[in-house]
Design a protein around this ligand. Structure first.
Ligand code: ZN
Length: 159
């Protein structure tokens, strides 16, 4: 069975940046289970996996445009230190912030006495992604899974 829209796919993957640093991996965990063609994964991954089958091993290089987006410097923002109240603020910390575009995770990039600089870009925005993937399983989705737009059972939603 080949990977196509609405197939439920299990993969093991390792993600590296161009310098060879491992950013994420399913090694030692259960495989990642997702439904193809409904936006569960970044589009570059879905494109690379389309048509593949159980047992296939492949490399997928994903550009920022088809990954976590290009960096947008307008998402760098200075906010008053007081906005964090008595909470400790350190560089690298992540917070959920309410913005005009809805809730967003921001990363602290600079802490000053009066102000804190936060970055609303995804941590992997602007990064070329190099995936090593092994397809562990491909199955048909149930009609319920298709109507929900996600996978049920092991590795998926439990509800
Ligand atoms: Zn569901």
């Amino acid at each position: 069975m080949q990977i196509a829209k609405h197939k439920v796919v299990s993969i093991h993957y390792t993600l590296k940046d161009n310098a060879g640093n491992t950013l994420d991996s399913s090694e030692g965990r259960s495989p990642l289970v997702y439904m193809q063609g409904v936006g569960n994964l970044i589009s570059g991954m879905e494109e690379g996996l389309e048509g593949k089958a159980k047992g296939d091993k492949l490399q997928i290089k994903v550009s920022p445009e088809k990954g976590y987006g290009v960096r947008d410097e307008r998402l760098l923002q200075k906010v008053p230190r007081s906005a964090f109240g008595s909470q400790e603020v350190r560089k690298g910390m992540q917070f959920r912030a309410e913005t005009e575009g809805g809730p967003q995770v921001v990363t602290v990039t600079e802490v000053g006495l009066e102000s804190v600089t936060v970055d609303g870009n995804h941590p992997l925005a602007g990064v070329e992604l190099n995936f090593s993937v092994e397809v562990m399983d491909v199955r048909n989705a149930t009609t319920e899974e298709i109507s929900h737009g996600h996978v049920h059972g092991p590795g998926g939603h439990q509800h």
